[in-house]
Design a protein around this ligand. Structure first.
Ligand code: COA
Length: 207
């Protein structure tokens, strides 16, 4: 269990009863805006969580997740723009439709303290993304990933590490389409993908 999944694994990581492949509607995303998530914006978290199907929640949290606990909600809202940063996407009417986040490997650290993963030349951040089902397949995940990767570069992270369910083809393909994958490790039903953040061109969060 990594910092980003944040769900006590009291439920075994089996697919919920209504698990189904994600359908992939075609079309792009006019009117969608991105901006960095501010500390304490639990309303944005709640709206995105509400828009995820049981299957998407299972893929995101690696367990059946009918609701977010208060502790998880607070932790996901506790962005600081440095060791924990997130970019959110909003639909044409301003409704939250997706979030991509990075959390420094090593956990939240006191401001000003040396980051343990900064020792040496590599700085790792864990990656998680979710897009509400109604907007999946329209390029939002790619835009969010590009934007959060750009922010990660600004914060001098050098690698993104994503723990995904091995069956999560969408996330695996998405990550590989945006960044070079430099390591793949599979342990049971989970696969850890490591991507090189030093490659690629900077993107603008407010795209
Ligand atoms: C994975 C996820 C973030 C992708 O977001 P998205 O907005 O649907 O992805 P995009 O539309 O930007 O897709 C970008 C590319 O990723 C790949 N991709 C995305 N979903 C895919 C799928 N289900 N199957 C195959 N490829 C897929 C494709 O290459 C796609 O490019 P294309 O549309 O030109 O073919 C989204 O499906 C999601 O939130 N899933 C549930 C939560 C989750 O699995 N999170 C990841 C674990 S942390």
């Amino acid at each position: 269990m990594t910092a980003l999944h944040l769900v006590t694994r009291t439920v075994t990581a089996t697919a919920p009863a209504d698990a189904r492949p994600v359908s992939r509607p075609r079309g792009r995303s006019p009117g969608v805006t991105l901006r960095e998530l501010r500390p304490g914006e639990t309303d944005v978290l709640d709206a995105v969580f509400a828009g995820l199907s049981d299957h998407s929640r299972y893929l995101r949290f690696h367990a059946a997740t009918p609701r977010m606990t208060g502790a998880v909600r607070r932790q996901l809202a506790a962005v600081d723009g440095r060791r924990h940063l997130a970019v959110a996407a909003f639909g044409p009417d301003g409704e939250p439709i997706g979030i991509a986040r990075l959390i420094s490997r090593g956990g939240t650290q006191r401001s000003g303290a040396a980051a343990p993963e900064a020792v040496g030349s590599l700085r790792d951040a864990e990656l998680a993304i979710e897009v509400v089902d109604a907007w999946q397949g329209r390029g939002i995940g790619r835009r969010l990933l590009s934007a959060v990767a750009a922010r990660g570069r600004e914060e001098r992270y050098t690698r993104l590490v994503a723990d995904v369910l091995s069956e999560n083809t969408g996330m695996r393909v998405l990550l590989a389409s945006v960044l070079p994958i430099i390591a793949v490790e599979t342990d049971g039903h989970e696969t850890t993908l490591t991507a090189d953040l030093r490659a690629g061109t900077p993107a603008c969060v407010a795209a």
